[in-house]
Design a protein around this ligand. Sequence first.
Ligand code: TXA
Ligand code: MG
Length: 327
Amino acid sequence: MKRLELDGEKREDIRQAASLLRDGELVAIPTETVYGLAADASNEQALARLFSAKQRPLSHPLIVHIGDIAQLRDWAQDITPIAYELAEQFWPGPLTMILKKSPSAPALVTGGQSTVGIRMPGHPVALEILKEFGGALAAPSANKYGRISPTAVAHVLGQFDNEIAAVVDGGLCPVGIESSIVDLSTAAPRILRPGLLDGELVGFGVAPYGQTDEGDTPRVSGSDSRHYAPAKPASLCSPKELKQTIEQHAQGRIQVWSLTPNRYDLAHVDWVVMPLDPVFYARELYLRLHDFERSENDLLIIEQPPVTSVWKGINNRLQRATARASG
Ligand code: TXA
Ligand code: MG
């Protein structure tokens, strides 16, 4: 079957996407964070197909996307008051909650764990597809395992061919980095993956990312040190080291992401001034990484943004994108 390109603004295309999903097919859909590769979360065959298309290890759990808070009880149990408070405050939106799974949640969704990740996405097209579909959709980011997450339809088309049935176009993803993940399955809620909501989550008594003992942290696939990575070398350096780092690379073409407008006017340097506001930086991050990958530049040098809490989600993705491959 040939991969279809559907338009998220057309009612007929939303219906077709939902119908393909009901048939157990894979459909890439826009969410406010990144594009997700969706499959019927209660269909084991569709889930198996999802892991194989993404080339993702079976032990990595998926996020269940729901269109209505009432569906929480189909997937989770022992739902704590704080979970309802967070859902009320942030859904639909870029927040994933880890809760104790309900007995009916398939092991493929949870990676065999006793918990399940759930979110209600904030993108109108995702919500319409969910409503039309009726059930819940498992949707990891629509990229091959370990590669750069997609924030535009072109990124999805570049990574998947006929192993998926359709892609629904919903424009550019407005948030640009993946949802914040909060573990609510224990007595001490904590952030497992930082995003753009972290500051507000901490206001609800959730421990910040990286603060608690991670000894019994459930598996989070984004926690492999190298992830979200471009196929070419990329490195992160402090503002002080920027000039020197550029000077060390006299060979080849370099792209530089700087936060300061002071360019070094060198013929082999492609200078990109990144936004000083983390909300705008996040929106551009993966777009720019995809651009760099397709460009003629051989190396990417990124000036480290401020190491403050509002930049945590961004710094986390930059560290992973620039981590050296192990082994
Ligand atoms: O913004 C997002 O969350 C996007 C969009 C498409 O919704 N999805 C996304 O999915 O980032 P994925 O599969 O690329 O990352 C989901 C993360 C993984 O790191 C996974 O390990 C973690 O969620 N996760 C899912 N269920 C979990 C669980 N029960 N315990 C711990 N981590 C879990
Ligand atoms: Mg991902």
